[in-house]
Write a protein that binds this ligand. Structure first.
Ligand code: NAD
Length: 357
C-alpha cells in the first residue's frame, strides 16, 4: 500500500479552523482508498515566530523538504506588521517558496453552478468562467535585488527591483503550455510591456517560445486591460500567464468571480520536489476563532494536492464531488450566503463535506 507523507502547516488566523476540516478529509480518504496518509504538523508563520523567533524555522523547512506534499492554510496577522520584515509571517511564505523552488503558482477559477448567484457580478458575465492563472512565483519584484530603504537629503526613499531572466520566463511559460494543452490551447500572457523593460523581455521571450508551437493560440494583454477584461468578459480567458506581482493581484481579482475568496485553491509547484497546496486567501484575522471561515478553498487545495502532487485523481474527484453535493443542498458559510441559503459554521461545513465523502 502506498504511504504518503503530508506536512500540514496550519499557520495563523483562521488557519487552524480550516486545517481541522482538511485533516479530517485526508484521514477519511486514507480510510476509504488504497493508500495511507501520514500527517506531520509543523509551525509556520506568526505562530512559529512566537515559538522560535522566526516565521519559517529550519525544522519546518526540513520536514517540508522530506515530504510528498505540503498543505498550507494561511499566515499573518496585522499585529505582526510592525516587526522587522524578516520576522513577518509573509516573509516565511516567500522563504518556503524560494527554498523549495516553487516557481509556478497555479490558481484555477471555475464557477460552480450552485454558486452562480454568490458572485457580485451578473450571472450572464460569469456563467462560463473556467480559467487558470499561472503565476511566476519565485522571481520578479518580490525577490529582486537591490531592495531597501535609504535616506537621501533628509528624506526616506524606498526601492524594489522588478527583474526576470529569460530562463525564468521560459520555465513558467512551459508550465502554462502544458496546462493549456490539456484545456483549450489558449494562453493570454499579461504584462506591462508598454512601460517596463522587464515586461518587454517577458513578452519577447513568451512570443519566441510560442512561435514554434502551432497548437497554442497566444495573445498578449497589458495588466491594466487584463484587470478590466476580467470583470467585463472573464470567460474569454483560458490560461493567463503572468509574473509574480501581476499574478498576485489578478488572481485575487479572479477569486471574486467565484463569489468568495474562500472558494479558491492554489498549487505552487516545481519540476522536481514536493509542492505547496494552499488557499488563495489570507488568515482573515477579522473572523478568526469564530468558526465563521469558509473551509472550501482549503478543501479544494487538498483536492489539488491529490491531483497534482500525488497523482491520486480519484481522491481529488471525491473531494470535489462532496463539496458540490453540499453546496447543491443549499448549505453556505456566511461569506457565500444568499437569501435562501442555509447558513452554517466552518466546522459544520467540514462535517457536511466529510459525510459526503
Ligand atoms: P484575507 O484574505 O485574510 O481577508 C480578506 C477578506 O476576506 C476578509 O474580510 C476575510 O474575512 C475574508 N476571507 C478570507 N478568507 C476567508 C474564508 N476562508 N472564509 C471567509 N472569509 C474569508 O486578506 P487580508 O485581510 O488582506 O490579510 C489578512 C492577513 O493575511 C494579513 O496578515 C496578510 O498579510 C495575510 N495574507 C496571507 C496570505 C497567505 O497566507 N497566503 C495571503 C494573503 C494575505
Amino acid at each position: 500500500m502506498k504511504n504518503y507523507k503530508i506536512v500540514l502547516l496550519s499557520g495563523d488566523g483562521i488557519g487552524p479552523e480550516i486545517s481541522e476540516v482538511s485533516k479530517k478529509i485526508l484521514l477519511k480518504l486514507s480510510e476509504k482508498l488504497d493508500f495511507n496518509i501520514e500527517i506531520k504538523e509543523e509551525l509556520f508563520g506568526g505562530i512559529a515566530y512566537e515559538r522560535y523567533g522566526e516565521p519559517a524555522p529550519q525544522k519546518t523547512l526540513d520536514s517540508c523538504k522530506s515530504s510528498d506534499a505540503i498543505l498550507l492554510a494561511c499566515v499573518g496577522d496585522f499585529k505582526y506588521d510592525s516587526l522587522p520584515r524578516e520576522m513577518r509571517p509573509e516573509t516565511g511564505l516567500l522563504k518556503l517558496r524560494s527554498e523549495l523552488e516553487l516557481f509556478a503558482n497555479i490558481r484555477p477559477v471555475k464557477i460552480r453552478k450552485s454558486l452562480i448567484n454568490s458572485s457580485t457580478l451578473k450571472k450572464e458575465v460569469i456563467k462560463n468562467v473556467d480559467l487558470i492563472v499561472v503565476r511566476e512565483l519565485t522571481g520578479g519584484i518580490y525577490f529582486g535585488e537591490p531592495r531597501g530603504v535609504i535616506n537621501i537629503e533628509n528624506e526616506k526613499r524606498s526601492f524594489n527591483t522588478m527583474t526576470y531572466g529569460t530562463s525564468e520566463i521560459k520555465r513558467i511559460t512551459d508550465v502554462a503550455i502544458k496546462i493549456a494543452k490539456k484545456r483549450r490551447n489558449v494562453i493570454c500572457s499579461v504584462d506591462k510591456a508598454n512601460v517596463l523593460e522587464v515586461s518587454q523581455l517577458w513578452r519577447d521571450t513568451v512570443s519566441e517560445i510560442l512561435e514554434k508551437d502551432s497548437e497554442i493560440t497566444l495573445n498578449h494583454m497589458y495588466v491594466d486591460n487584463a484587470a478590466m477584461q476580467l470583470i467585463k468578459n472573464p470567460s474569454q480567458f483560458d490560461v493567463i500567464l503572468t509574473s509574480n506581482l501581476f499574478g498576485d493581484i489578478l488572481s485575487d481579482l479572479s477569486a471574486m468571480l467565484s463569489g468568495s475568496i474562500g472558494m479558491l485553491p492554489s498549487a505552487s509547484i516545481n519540476n522536481k520536489g514536493p509542492g505547496v497546496y494552499e488557499p488563495v486567501h489570507g488568515s482573515a484575522p477579522d473572523i478568526a476563532g469564530q468558526d465563521l471561515a469558509n473551509p472550501i478553498a482549503m478543501a479544494l487545495s487538498t483536492a489539488m494536492l491529490f491531483k497534482i502532487g500525488l497523482n491520486e485523481i480519484r481522491a481529488s474527484e471525491i473531494i470535489e464531488n462532496a463539496i458540490d453535493k453540499v453546496l447543491l443542498k443549499g448549505y453556505r458559510t456566511s461569506d457565500l450566503a444568499g437569501s435562501t441559503s442555509k447558513i452554517i459554521s466552518c466546522s459544520e461545513m467540514g462535517e457536511k463535506i466529510i459525510n459526503e465523502i
